[in-house]
Design a protein around this ligand. Structure first.
Ligand code: DGY
Length: 318
């Protein structure tokens, strides 16, 4: 008999096909269920497992409302700030994530945002679409050079290190800060954020959202950046004080920003729409066909392992 799996996020075709072949699946290809609908589906089907992602908050209240049949909840994401791990542990609910498989594509997107912000891609593209390309002076619409500049990385985990490799390929100098120096890492370690910021022509954030990192990049931090700095965030929106970044972009203190994540997702502060020197994308850094398949498969591998009585591959608590 197949295990019952409730999916609360629409899935890529290859992942959906595997869900339907290996599980007794509850999966809607047309729309994601609301939270009450998801809980009702899990109770009705006596679900063994839940597949979700960062848009679905597995809070203490939600965990308390899960039917007792649910043994494992797999988030198709590397980040897990949307999960109350203490409540999961107290309930004995195994929760897993999907590290490693999205590292390269997330770094690709962060580097794309870096280049796009530096070269004012959004403004230039809008100019073309508005049929507003008129002869420009040599000094009009200029970006900033990337090669030869210093990239400061906050958080030298897998994605930070992948970002460093891309930056070196573009002839950038790479420095980083983290809780500790990373053994074998060739980039220069700077012990504190405050010491690193004045050195950063470009700043990129690759930390999880925790109480320690919330609003880590605030007005005081932005003030430490050198003139014409570029800020990139493909980690979590809450790491940046968005109002402070908007003010720094408006004043020209920060030259440009590339943002894939926002504090209030899935909505975002509408004032961003009127910030021309910010390039904005909808939390899509892992969004390639290959990577979303890999994330879905990794989540399914975790669920299958737990339901077979084996240890999870990527447990978030033990
Ligand atoms: C992740 O995996 O954490 C990405 O940000 C997608 O949520």
């Amino acid at each position: 008999m197949k295990h019952k799996l409730v999916c609360v996020r629409r899935l890529p075709p290859n992942v959906a096909a595997r869900v339907r072949s290996e599980f007794d699946a509850v999966l809607d290809d047309a729309r994601d269920p609301t939270l009450p609908e998801a809980l009702a589906l899990m109770a009705e089907h006596k679900a063994d497992a839940l597949l979700f992602s960062s848009g679905f908050r597995l809070t203490a209240e939600t965990i308390a409302a899960l039917p007792p049949s649910v043994k494992v909840a797999a988030t198709a994401s590397v980040g897990f700030d949307h999960v109350d791990l203490a409540a999961a542990r107290a309930r004995g609910l195994v929760v897993t994530n999907t590290p490693e498989v999205l590292t390269g594509c997330t770094a690709d997107m962060a580097f794309t945002l870096l280049l796009a912000a530096a070269r004012r891609l959004g403004e230039n593209e809008r100019l073309m679409r508005n049929d507003a390309w008129v002869p420009r002076g040599m000094g009009d619409g200029l970006g900033v050079r990337v090669w030869g500049k210093t990239l400061g990385i906050v958080g030298m985990g897998r994605i930070g290190r992948a970002m460093a490799r891309r930056a070196r390929g573009f002839d950038m100098n790479v420095i980083y800060t983290d809780l500790t120096r990373i053994a074998g890492e060739e980039a220069l370690f700077v012990p504190t954020l405050a010491e690193m910021l004045p050195l950063c022509d470009f700043l990129t954030l690759h930390v999880p959202l925790t109480p320690q990192t919330t609003n880590m990049i605030d007005a005081a931090a932005l003030a430490l950046l050198p003139p014409r700095a570029v800020v990139v965030n493909a980690s979590r929106g809450g790491v940046v004080d968005e109002a402070a970044l908007m003010a720094a972009l408006a004043s020209g203190k920060v030259f440009a920003a590339g943002l894939d994540v926002f504090a209030t997702e899935p909505r975002f502060d509408a004032r961003w729409i009127d910030v021309p020197n910010a390039i904005l994308t909808p939390h899509t850094a892992s969004g390639t066909i290959e990577t979303r398949d890999a994330m879905g498969f990794r989540a399914l591998d975790n669920i299958a392992a737990v339901l077979a009585g084996q240890p999870a591959i990527d447990p978030l608590w033990s």
